[in-house]
Ligand binder design. Structure first.
Ligand code: FES
Length: 95
C-alpha cells in the first residue's frame, strides 16, 4: 500500500502499490480521463507528479514517445496509465 494525494482536491487515499496510477485514481473516484484504455495512445491521462516521482516505475519507450508530443510537458509529467505505483507516498496534480 501507499499514500496517494491528489491535487487540486488535496484528498489523500491509501491505495495498492503495483497497480497503475490510472487504476488507483479511478478506484478512489478521482476524475482521471482515459480514452485509449491505458495503452499510452491518447494522452488523456497526463498528470504532473509533484512529490514522489522516483517511487513510480521508470518511463518506458511508448510513454516517452507520447509525452514528447504533448505541449506543456514538464519534468514531472507522466501518463497515469503507464506509471506503476511503488511503496513511497506520491502527490499528483490532475491537469
Ligand atoms: S489512458 Fe490513454 S494514454 Fe493513458
Amino acid at each position: 500500500m501507499t499514500t496517494l494525494t491528489v491535487l487540486p482536491s488535496g484528498n489523500s487515499y491509501e491505495v495498492a502499490s503495483g497497480i497503475s496510477l490510472l487504476k488507483a485514481l479511478a478506484s478512489v473516484g478521482e476524475p482521471i480521463k482515459s480514452k485509449c484504455g491505458g495503452e499510452a495512445k491518447c494522452e488523456a491521462c497526463h498528470v504532473s507528479v509533484t512529490v514522489g516521482r522516483k517511487s513510480l516505475s521508470k518511463i518506458q519507450r511508448a510513454e516517452n514517445e507520447k509525452l514528447d508530443g504533448i505541449v506543456g510537458i514538464g519534468s514531472n509529467s507522466r501518463l497515469a496509465c503507464q506509471a506503476i505505483l511503488g511503496e513511497e507516498a506520491i502527490t499528483v496534480q490532475l491537469l
